[in-house]
Design a binder for this molecule. Sequence first.
Ligand SMILES: Cc1ncc(C[n+]2csc(CCOP(=O)(O)OP(=O)(O)O)c2C)c(N)n1
Length: 582
Amino acid sequence: MDKLLSNRVVFLSGDEALAQGAYEEGLRFAASYPGTPASEILEYLSCCKGVDAQWSVNEKVAFEVALGASIAGWRALYASKHVGINVAMDPLMTSAYTGVNAGFVVVTADDPGIHSSQNEQDNRFIAKFAKIPLIEPSSPAEAREFVKVALSLSEEFDTPVLFRLTTRIAHTKENMVIGARKDIPSREFRVDTEKYVMVPRNAYQRHIVLEEKLVRLQRYSENTLLNRMELKNKKIGFITGGVSYLYAREMYPDASFLKLGLGFPFPERKAKAFAARVKEVVVLEELEPFLEEQARTAGIRCKTKKASYRIGELRPEYIPDILGGKDKKEDPGRLRKPVMCPGCPHRAVFTVLKKLKTVVSGDIGCYTLGALPPMNSLHTCVCMGGGITIMDGMSRALGRNIAGVIGDSTFVHSGITGLINMVYNKAKGVVIILDNGTTAMTGNQPHPATGRTVKKEETARLRLEELCKACGVAAVDVIDPRNIKVLESGVKKRLEGDVLSVIIARAPCKLIDRTRTDVPSYQAQKCKKCYLCLEIDCPALIKEESGLIEINPLYCTGCGLCAQVCPFKAIGCGGKVFKNLR
Ligand SMILES: Cc1ncc(C[n+]2csc(CCOP(=O)(O)OP(=O)(O)O)c2C)c(N)n1
């Protein structure tokens, strides 16, 4: 082991512990696309000797590469955030039919409370829908242990195993003793067209196999130690799993529990036996009534939470109200408004789009913050890739050119097909690729257009301008957005044009390019208090009680954007790069 020494106590997050457990259990391949709270799994595995780890271009690709490795005989792991599973759904559904060869674990890191996602979907249902087993740890240490079980379960039942974390488990840290890596040989790959070639006739037969497998998995679920009864005080018996188990244990240490580490297939007999031994059964779970529905189907009468608790995270302090049948009290919400970093090159793009008063179809990344006041200049955000395709549909219906923005990582993930679709279907409009040279939103991971792999090794660099031209886009411009005048005239020209165009707004993320130039000077006597400088929403600019502006030198990177938007030259750009822009 090269990352950590075995038999030592280490302090690992759920993500890291899961990765460590898989490594110990002979994992040979891992693929992922960044997404909070899953990203650290692949980052950890990329440091483990003997594991071939990759950031794939998107989750569908990651899933397929990992499945391929498993079919050919390597223990393999796929990891993504919950919505990444949506992108991987096509191969996931059919992989339940083909089955695997060496163990294949599919990690979904869900985000109850929507800390950093576009929705709050409960991916436990994916296991039921795809008819594959679901394993859920309640702590980082369990993540390490359970992933080992998941790998062997996958081999024993010839199935992918869905392994679900939630933010609180993925990002909580715990001490644990780690072990050495097992020497697990590759499995032999045998040609088996009836198993791996899903043409209708074979797929039909494999569906029969899948149903039989589920019956066997059901029996396994009844007997496995992953599903354990903890009988204490018989007044209340909780049926629960994941983080909800920890919360209930904390609040009701003397209650009885049926703790489910394998939530699907649901252990009906065990659950009924548990229900018979306690006075009142409470199904306690975060988000959707996944266990509750299965318990009720098994004929168990149980108390459950009000529908209001299906929204947001469960908290320990909610449990007494849940038991009392009360609705959830309104959450005060988040107090801090997120904001782009000082010096972020995206800021200039939204300053221009706001000035040009165009409709903007948006996408997911740091730049989504362009939707918030005072920018207010991003008007849709649904899913990765939508910045281009939703713009296509909108501009058709609106009958005019509009702009669509998309980050460089997102463009490679799922923007390219939308762009080809626009070219093919004779669409018009301005696609702005916000190329900051990284996947900033999720922690600055590399992607194909950065020319670096997860191990920071050099690799072939995807050239976005050449790609867009090859897709057939008539006009492709590369503009440095830090020069706002050039950017404005470039965007204006294309918005007024009659062809589909791509503007690559290229300037490095300020978290990567840490260079700072001088803080602009502020001359109070020239300031007319128009506050156009505050419209760029830079954290370095503060309006003082006197109504004058202060530039916080601790935050200011000297990007010069405030100087460029000040019509009265009250802010002088001392920055070396933009000294002569006005
Ligand atoms: C299907 C899906 N996968 C992953 C994510 C997590 N995610 C959100 S935005 C983003 C990419 C951000 O990078 P980029 O497009 O380059 O924009 P930046 O943040 O650098 O401005 C990722 C990976 C997600 N929201 N949805």
